[in-house]
Design a protein around this ligand. Structure first.
Ligand code: 3AT
Ligand code: MG
Length: 334
């Protein structure tokens, strides 16, 4: 197993907490942004219900999981009976309708793992991804939202990590780095593993079934609002620990992080030891519901190096820089 480097955090780390909290506050979406989202949802609902009156429209992703910023797009899932047609046919028809209704840059992306229509709404200026019957996405959205209600340090940490990832250019799945969703999952698992724990493992707790799928878990999170109270770590300390974990502690060769189990498990247990097709399993992040799905599947030999260098940089900046709240988020330039 990997050599574990023992490093102590700098003594004055907590002095950076107010700056980080202020940054987090500035990233939260404004009321104006929320009303623009609603505007988009309203005009989309109008377009969709003309053709498919029984379709239900669900918001998923960061506009509904509480991890959204003012820069986040709107993710929509249409739930409908598709009868004999295929999802792709529906998406192509949807693209046609949206063009007729004057949405802009309408594009059907049908070759992706999750086929979508992407468009932008001139009314609100927002862009939007629409998928069909992707109930896993709706379920994982609720899971993230429920975790966020247990301890406010999750939202703070995840906003900062997402912001860092965007500015440092490591939030681009099409280039082999990680999705926003993967970063939030990494934050949840990290807080499940603190001592004392800051988050529980909702999927391992006794549950009252709120649906009949495998996507159920203990969701009465109002009972858990003081769960992490015994742990007094500040957000600056946690952010440093997060980078330090991914830079120096995580066992990339053997381990898989699992929010479902609230711990790390081995690649062996998941049969993720070798490359299968395009899934290289170099950095393994288990999806909480689609457990055969590795959220790090896009990471390759080159991008894993880039990611690890960025984690190291993050830890070093928080450890040694005199103004880490600025330096950490300096945009990456070549
Ligand atoms: P942004 O604020 O838009 O960056 P987000 O939370 O909307 O963040 P994404 O746009 O990456 O995140 O993804 C939108 C949602 O799609 C989040 C999650 O419910 C679902 N999702 C994304 N990637 C995956 C994945 N690899 N596996 C399963 N669900 C995913
Ligand atoms: Mg999104």
């Amino acid at each position: 197993r990997m050599r574990r480097r023992q490093v102590e955090c700098r003594g004055d780390i907590d002095t950076f907490t107010p700056g980080l909290i202020a940054l987090y506050e500035s990233l939260k979406p404004s009321e104006e942004h929320k009303s623009k989202q609603q505007q988009l949802v309203d005009s989309l609902t109008k377009s969709v219900s003309k053709e498919w009156p029984n379709a239900q429209l669900h918001l998923y992703g960061s506009c509904a999981n509480s991890f959204g910023t003012s820069h986040s797009d709107v993710d929509v899932c249409l739930q409908m009976e598709i009868g004999t047609g295929s999802t792709v046919e529906i998406l192509l028809r949807l693209a046609e309708i949206l063009r007729t209704d004057n949405f802009e840059s309408v594009e059907a992306i049908t070759g992706a793992r999750v086929p979508i229509v992407r468009m932008s709404d001139p009314g609100s200026g927002l862009s939007c991804d629409i998928c069909i019957n992707n109930l896993f996405a709706v379920a994982n959205t609720k899971l993230l939202k429920d975790y966020a209600q247990i301890d406010q340090r999750l939202l703070q940490l995840a906003f900062l990590v997402k912001h860092w990832a965007k500015l440092r250019g490591v939030n681009e799945t099409y280039r082999g780095t990680l999705s926003s969703y993967a970063y939030v999952i990494m934050c949840i698992n990290f807080l499940q593993l603190r001592e004392p724990k800051i988050l529980p493992c909702l999927q391992a707790m006794e549950q009252t079934y709120f649906d009949d799928t495998e996507c159920t878990y203990f969701d009465e999170v109002h009972q858990l609002h003081d769960f992490g109270a015994e742990n007094k770590e500040s957000i600056a300390k946690l952010l440093w620990e997060f980078f330090h974990y991914w830079a120096n502690h995580h066992d990339y060769r053997n381990d898989v992080i699992s929010v479902r189990l609230g711990k790390t498990i081995t690649k062996q247990e998941k049969n993720w030891t070798t490359r299968i097709g395009n899934d290289r399993h170099l950095m393994c992040i288990e999806d909480p519901f689609e457990t055969g799905h590795d959220l790090g599947r896009v990471v390759d030999r080159q991008t894993i190096r880039i990611l690890r260098e960025e984690f190291e940089r993050g830890a070093a900046v928080l450890q040694y820089d005199h103004d880490p709240c600025v330096t950490l988020f300096q945009p990456y330039t070549v």
